[in-house]
Design a protein around this ligand. Sequence first.
Ligand code: HAM
Length: 454
Amino acid sequence: MDEKNFQNAQDQSVVERLKPPFQTVKGVHDILPSDHEYFTYIKKVVRHRARQAGFKRISTPMFEFSDVFIRSLGEETDIVSKEMYTFNDKKGRSLTLKPEGTAGLVRSYIQHNMSQLAQPVMLYYIEPHFRYDRPQAGRYRQFWQFGFEILGECDPALDAQVIQIAKKINEDLGLGGLFTIQLNTIGTPESRAKYLEVLKDFYAGKERSLCENCKYRLEKNVLRLLDCKEEDCQILAKMAPAMSDYIDKESLEFHEELKSYLDELGIEYVDNPKIIRGLDYYSRTVFEFWDKNKGAQNAIGGGGRFDGLVKLMGGPETPAIGYAGGIERLIANMKREKVRVPSKDELHIFVAQLGKEAKKKCLVLIEELREAGLKTMGAVGKASINVQLRMADKFKVPYAIIIGLTEVREGNVIVRDMQKGVQEKVPLNKVISHMQDLIGDENLDKYSPTDFVY
Ligand code: HAM
């Protein structure tokens, strides 16, 4: 499709979305029930691994003052310069939908004086984020991340633990062997400053070989030239002076120590000097989880140290390390790998009734069945028993309970095995325990939010 046709098609798609029947805005998607099974499973895995290691959950607001992100991520980063959803509220204040989780979390750490709590403070989140990215497979404008952040201690053993938890989560999700861990150290901002000068000198006179993006980055964010995905830029990046020759000795020692911990934990990694990450707040450790087949494209997650961020945002000197994983990308991998997730949405019973009296009885029965852990629907519509049984079939329930006028009079119900097509009469006062036996204790949905013990 040529440029003009492409533009026409784009315009057409916008017009289509703007009139009834409406469609989602480009780059965002509904999470339908079939995908929620994956979401639920991933959230459970994340919560489990977080609690096991002492992390507590935090949710920061969906939007913050724009400066929270501009200051922490850096004005010249792709996210701040191109991808933020920024708007003015009625009082003219500039607000931004959160494009990532670390900045708001750090704002919260400072606002709530968390430096007074026992350190390190270990927090995790599972939240939607918003970036005006170019939509494509694995790249959305609203997407979910889970993240882990440890604030208040500086020790490579913590970096190792964050990487370990991220890896464990991938394994729990059945994606263990799919990713490589790309690891690097980018030193302290001070030592990096020297390297940035060297890098600028290296690129001087080579501008014509760079992509448009990198020509711009050369002025504003020269480090990003190292991880550009364009072929010509990659060739130059390979020839560029190595960062490790310029960054401070302590950072290099810190990196060596981290690697020795990863070795001890049996965690494989690739020492990749070209990993720099796209956000200004990082210092020292940076890492990404790459698909073994696709490389840098669509990383499943990434993180690193942000030792200077709390101070930069107005708080006390506070070292920190964190990681965030992309939930939609994990789900895409799980689907591709045919990872099965538990489905708890299937119904056990459909209750079909005939007549007003039977409907009254069956409403009470439905409630009792549900309270007993049996997932039940029924009392829908006024159609004949046969029509209702066809409905039961469509909802794929293993059992139907039928209550007609005779059953109400006799105090019985009919229990129908939908697969075998056989049915039996059961006294109304025995039907709960009878159904529990049929469904099996282990399959009952008996969760109650009020069932907890101190
Ligand atoms: P990030 O690399 O920008 O890091 O995002 C982390 C992950 O979010 C990515 O690896 C990817 O899986 C997912 N992701 C990012 N953008 C999109 C998108 N447009 N569509 C779908 N998924 C996406 C951060 O956000 C840092 N806050 C991570 C961190 C935490 N560093 C320290 N602590």
